[in-house]
Design a protein around this ligand. Sequence first.
Ligand code: PDD
Length: 282
Amino acid sequence: MAYVNGRYMPMRNAVVHVEDRGYQFGDGVYEVCEVRGGELIDRRRHLARLKRSLDELRIRMPMSEAALGVVLREVVARNRIGYGTVYMQVTRGVARRDHAFPTTEVPPSLVVTGRVLNRARNETLAAKGVAVVSVPDDRWGRVDIKTIGLLPNVLARQTAIEKGAREAWLIAKDGTVTEGASSNAWIVTPAGSIVTHPADHTILSGITRAVLFEAIKGQGLTIEERPFTLNEAYAAREAFLTSASQIVVPVVTIDGRTVGDGKPGPIATGLRREFHRFAERG
Ligand code: PDD
């Protein structure tokens, strides 16, 4: 079941207008929230980021955060999601095709869908660790806005899959790793400090990333928020990625080179275990 502009309907009937600006221009934003034990994880933070993305694009919130919370929970319930994700997308709405914003007031479109994920499969994946490959970061200059315009991310992920990897790490012109195609990127240096890119305009400021900062401090570990190079990542003791759908996933190879001893490291594994003690539920 999906929620589409005011109605809950079966997925096969869940359609949007051909002149929706999301469809024609990618003129919209989205969020993905984890669901665990039937509860939304970090809803408040995801909705705050949704609001920020919308503000940056001058699209209004389609409804209050409280009302949106009700819709999200309804989609979770109607799809009987114990473990999985909810996806919400807001676009500038339906208007005759013209690049500039509609001149008359158009209501933003809101779509919410949910997905059940296989928990055992995700745990197995995390226990084995994943491969990543590097690709040039050729995205636009405002990837801090969570827009639905994801073509470079789509192509990066496809390259990764075709090379037998799980995720692509995006490399800026100066050789530093910005983030993954749909995740944030982290390494643990040989000296044991945890490094991730600063949350500026060149990465999406992940909610998982923000919560993990608290978990890292909680464990008395050191964080360095700074760009790191691909070469530094090759030589790292551990590497991992974070996202709402996968939480913390150890990276065991980068471009076919083994990271550390080639097994998921203790820091990544520990943070994955600890994460939900620091996340908000419900
Ligand atoms: N992706 N960076 C990018 C480019 C992302 O698309 C995502 C999330 C993240 C991690 O953000 P968070 O921890 O808030 O999920 C970082 C979602 C899961 C997706 O596109 O499916």
